[in-house]
Design a protein around this ligand. Structure first.
Ligand code: ATP
Ligand code: MG
Length: 141
């Protein structure tokens, strides 16, 4: 099924100058970026985006990290894009991520794990809407 998912290249990925490398992996993995922009979240915006994790002990560190520098947000489109993207990302903890995944290659800790990806169709819709207007999404395939 043709799906859309939200990807974020986190502040560590931007600092490491691997934006192009990550987008290359998305394209070679069969996904098309249908919207891309860079931004920097405020702490409040990061808290809103990761609201589902507000009770977790790592919430403060996560939202501080996510607002610590520029990020690149992308809406990706492709067959089974939600799961496909999560396969390309690898496990949350880079130490547990499979060979060949983005987090295995570039992640340095469970906090600094380079990329975010939506985990289900309803969260993908909400997360894309968090960053993009409908008119920003340009299906080019
Ligand atoms: P993301 O939502 O960023 O794509 P994910 O879906 O693999 O990652 P989640 O469970 O949604 O993982 O957690 C969101 C983020 O919170 C993770 O990317 C990670 O940086 C951080 N995180 C998750 N679990 C832990 C943990 N046990 N300790 C520290 N940080 C964690
Ligand atoms: Mg998640």
């Amino acid at each position: 099924m043709l799906e859309r998912t939200l990807a974020i290249i986190k502040p560590d990925g931007v600092r490491s100058r691997i934006i192009g490398e990550i987008i290359r992996r998305y394209e070679q993995g069969g996904m098309t970026p249908i919207a891309i922009r860079s931004t920097q979240l405020t702490k409040e915006q990061a808290e809103a985006f990761y609201h589902v994790h507000r009770e977790q002990p790592f919430f403060g560190d996560l939202t501080s990290f996510m607002s610590s520098g520029p990020i690149v947000v992308l809406a990706l489109e492709g067959e089974g894009a939600i799961l496909r993207h999560r396969e390309l990302m690898g496990a949350t903890d880079p130490a547990m991520a499979a060979d060949g995944t983005i987090r295995k290659a570039f992640g340095t800790s469970i906090d600094c794990n380079v990329v975010h990806g939506s985990d289900a169709p309803d969260t993908a819709d909400k997360e894309i809407t968090f960053f993009f207007k409908n008119t920003d999404l340009c299906a080019i395939t």
